[in-house]
Design a protein around this ligand. Structure first.
Ligand code: SF4
Ligand code: SF4
Length: 436
């Protein structure tokens, strides 16, 4: 950890204006969706359907088998065509279930709705588990896990900050469904057994702040409060948000300081599950960046290919070879290996930028990366340890705590891919841990 903590955050151009006030485009694939059958390296998938089966929107397709299992539901109605390997956001090809769409696009209740007002804590947690909801903040962790043990929790934080440049999918979704959002927050409040809920929203979104406040007042939702936060990056990181809202710190997980954090969009999924028996079928996804002719938000079924969406929204401003496609935003997203990857349940953006990567220069030991790291790490030292292949030093410098916010690369005047080096350090340490 650095002893000389600097600003630990930075104002960066949000570029939200490219998409935040245009209509959301509702798109459907021409023929098929490809539902990813991958939920992490140590997770097996138990398929519940076979080739030739007819499925509805909401049919249970599979269960994951891991320490934290969740079911997987269909995003479309149609016929199961089999399983195929395709490029995947994990950077390795993965198995996908192919479903050919029918014309009807008929939905069923994936599970019976539940009266959450009168349900016990355990019933609520079990319901969220069966509904298959995973966090919508990017990591895709099963939501119920955070709520299993709530004895030491006293505050729920709802993250509606969306601090990554270009991305406006959460903003659009909450603006479109404020009632469902507040219902979802109330359900999560009951499940966390807390009186205090803080909803973090950037002060640069007064319309969102007013919309949520009006809805809270209309619902007479006790204990739920909107808190305006500064327009700096990475304000949406759990650690930064908790520090800003509550002045609390933790080592590994927010639960250590009495807090559960959930993304705004997760709350909407929770409301739909409890009140309508709906599993997650569609996703709001921001397609933005200077490489696109018509940046926009889209609403698409999970499993629709990125290439098909790009084609339907008008494509690129120039040849794809000179562009960089990123799954996520430019700071935390991953460069895509192929446009054949599909929208999965946790993906919230595809960013397309003109590719002008600058040549790396020698480190000038300016200390910028250390000053800005929101975790208080010394990224340059971790990067050096990677160069020396010194796993002990990587561990000592706390590489595993890195949240991959991208700020160390962003502020580096020598154009060094510092974040990528810290990512490498994390991978090295994870492999070392697995071998033990
Ligand atoms: S990417 Fe990691 S090391 Fe770099 S600034 Fe962010 S948290 Fe710190
Ligand atoms: S910001 Fe770049 S140049 Fe400055 S110390 Fe860090 S790695 Fe070196």
């Amino acid at each position: 950890m650095s002893l000389l903590l600097g600003p630990m955050c930075q104002h960066i151009p949000g570029k939200k204006g490219l998409t935040d006030h245009s209509d959301v485009k509702r798109l459907m694939p021409a023929k098929e969706v490809y539902i990813p059958l991958f939920a992490g390296n140590n997770t097996q998938i138990e398929l519940l359907v076979s080739e030739g089966d007819h499925v509805f929107i909401g049919t249970r397709l599979a269960n994951t088998k891991s320490a934290f299992p969740v079911p997987l539901y269909s995003s479309v109605s149609g016929t199961v065509k089999g399983v195929t390997k395709r490029p995947h956001n994990s950077l390795k090809p993965q198995q996908h279930l192919v479903i050919e769409l029918d014309e009807q696009q008929e939905a069923i209740q994936a599970f019976p709705p539940m009266d959450w007002h009168n349900a016990s804590h355990d019933e609520l947690v079990e319901f969220v588990k069966e509904s298959g909801i995973i966090g919508q903040g990017g990591a895709g962790f099963p939501t119920y896990v955070k709520y299993q043990k709530v004895e030491n929790i006293n505050t729920l934080v709802i993250n509606a900050v969306e601090c990554e440049p270009y991305i406006t999918a959460d903003y659009k979704c909450v603006m479109d469904y404020p009632e469902q959002f507040v219902h979802g927050v109330r359900i999560l409040q009951k499940m966390a057994e807390v009186d205090t809920v803080l909803i973090g929203v950037k002060k640069t979104h007064p319309d969102l702040i007013n919309t949520i406040r009006e809805e809270i007042n209309r619902e007479h939702a006790a204990g739920i409060e909107v808190r305006e936060v500064p327009d700096v990056y990475p304000m949406g990181g759990e650690r930064t948000l908790i520090r800003t809202l509550l002045k609390r710190e933790y080592k590994r997980l927010p639960g250590e300081c009495g807090v559960i954090v959930n993304n705004a969009n997760t709350a909407i999924l929770v409301a739909r599950a409890f009140e309508m028996g709906q599993a997650q079928a569609k996703k709001y996804v921001t397609f933005s960046g200077e490489g696109l002719k018509y940046p926009t938000n889209v609403l698409v079924p999970v499993g629709m290919s990125v290439a098909e969406i790009l084609e339907q929204i008008g494509g690129f401003v120039e040849k794809q070879e000179s562009l960089k496609l990123i799954a996520g935003g430019p700071m935390m997203g991953k460069t895509m290996v192929s446009d054949q990857i599909v929208i999965d349940r946790a993906m919230n953006a595809i960013t397309v930028l003109k590719n002008h990567d600058e040549e790396e220069m020698t480190c000038m030991r300016c200390g910028n990366c250390t000053q800005h790291c929101p975790i208080g790490l010394q990224p340059v030292r971790i990067a050096n340890a990677v160069k020396m292949n010194d796993a002990e030093e990587m561990e000592k410098r706390g590489a595993m705590q890195c949240i991959e916010c991208g700020l160390c690369t962003y502020v580096c005047p020598s154009h060094i891919q510092v974040t990528e080096n810290v990512r490498k350090a994390k991978r090295t340490l994870m492999m070392k841990a697995r071998k033990k």
